[in-house]
Design a protein around this ligand. Structure first.
Ligand SMILES: [Zn+2]
Length: 389
């Protein structure tokens, strides 16, 4: 170890600051993951490095007593390109590692696992690694998954939007725009036409679901006197309803096809990253975590209040919640209204306030995990909720 001292001296806060300093972006979190692995090994966890052949992923496991039931914590440790840990994933890393370690100290039976899940922000090859893991059935032997995310308030039961990012490429025919305009077929025209058609579509969508569609024209030609041969659009299509999301993607594809026919260009559509799902909210679990938050003297709105709010973002944690009972608690490290992915949130992720909140979230999650291992009724109610929602 370097200036931070030996592993035994790295407590939850030193770890959070160290990851904040390392500031490694998605898929390149080599030092951060190594540090987390070393701490877990020191605390007696058996670690599989490069889990599922993802270079900076890992799975760490510690069996206590008879090893049942099984609770997993999800760690994130990727920073945002250009700015650093402005999403506070340094706190998520520490929260997951130390919630797991704390749980092993509190329980007499259970298997405690930490999954190291790279690239939540989706900047690299392993974007949405939790989805890759969920699809690979990595959670099939896990009974409960717990996670956390820092923000500007404490809450449980945040709904998230399904999202699929798409890249559309139109290819036309280049020609001299003055001499041979009749020969040219403009890929840019196809792009502009689709951009406008998508905007027209906004009026004719369901009003009872949240719908967001955001796009840019990434490429639109090379010189004004050459018919644009190639144009590229990227779009994010989001919806609070997973089934309706499929329909929206189908309609988007029709627009692209129609605009390509109209402009006599060809097109191709490529998915960028996997489909992020909506979150499956577990009532029993949410209410229990909220109780554990309130018990520590921290304010936390009722589940109904949080759930009724408009979902703002998307996360790969949502896909995990579709295959196993799971909850990601939000913990407050900055004043309400603080913009995220900003200079303010970058600073907030290493303040004294963050330290206190992190300490509390570790206790909340390990208390919840402990109760899960000890209380059969609680486990059954969670499973019941999972099946019925
Ligand atoms: Zn984040």
């Amino acid at each position: 170890m370097t200036s931070s001292g030996s592993i035994e001296e790295i407590d939850f806060w030193k770890l959070a600051l160290k990851i904040h300093d390392l500031s490694e972006i998605g898929g390149k979190e080599f030092e951060s993951s190594k540090l987390l692995i070393n701490i877990l090994k020191f605390h007696g966890f058996k670690v599989t490095e490069r889990f599922l052949n993802i270079p900076t992923a890992f799975k760490a496991e510690k069996i206590i007593g008879n090893g049942k039931p099984s609770v997993a914590f999800l760690a994130e440790y990727d920073a945002l390109p250009g700015i650093g840990h402005a999403c506070g994933h340094n706190l998520i890393a520490s929260s997951a590692i130390f919630s797991a370690i704390r749980t092993t100290e509190k329980i007499s039976n259970g298997t405690i696992t930490v999954f190291g899940t790279p690239d939540e922000e989706g900047s690299g090859e392993w974007a949405g690694s939790k989805i890759i893991m969920a699809n690979a059935k990595a959670f099939k032997d896990i009974d409960l998954v717990l996670g956390s995310h820092p923000g500007d308030r404490w809450d449980v039961g945040d709904q998230t939007l399904a999202v699929q990012d798409l890249e559309v490429t139109f290819v036309g025919r280049a020609a001299h725009e003055a001499a041979n305009p009749n020969i040219g077929r403009s890929a840019l025209d196809a792009a502009v036409l689709s951009y406008n058609a998508v905007n027209m579509m906004r009026q004719h969508v369901r009003r009872d679901v949240n719908f967001v569609m955001h796009g840019i024209i990434k490429e639109g030609g090379t010189a004004s006197n050459v018919t644009p041969e190639r144009a590229v659009l990227t779009y994010g299509i989001r919806s609070s309803d997973l089934e309706y999301h499929k329909e929206l993607v189908t309609r988007f594809m029709k627009i692209v096809e129609g605009c390509s026919i109209a402009t006599e260009t060809t097109f191709s559509v490529k998915k960028i990253g996997p489909l992020f799902s909506t979150t499956k909210i577990n009532r029993t679990l949410s209410n229990k975590v909220r109780d554990n938050i309130l018990r520590r003297g921290i304010n936390c709105p009722a589940l109904e209040e949080t759930y009724s709010q408009m979902p703002k973002g998307s996360t790969d944690f949502a896909n995990v919640s579709q295959v196993v009972p799971a909850l990601e608690v939000s913990f407050q490290v900055a004043p309400e209204g603080t913009p995220w992915h900003s200079r303010q949130s970058l600073e907030a992720a290493k303040t004294q306030r963050a330290r206190e909140a992190l300490f509390n979230v570790i206790e909340v999650l390990s208390d919840t995990a402990k109760e899960f291992t000890e209380n059969k009724r609680f486990r059954e109610d969670i499973i019941e909720d999972f099946k019925s929602s």
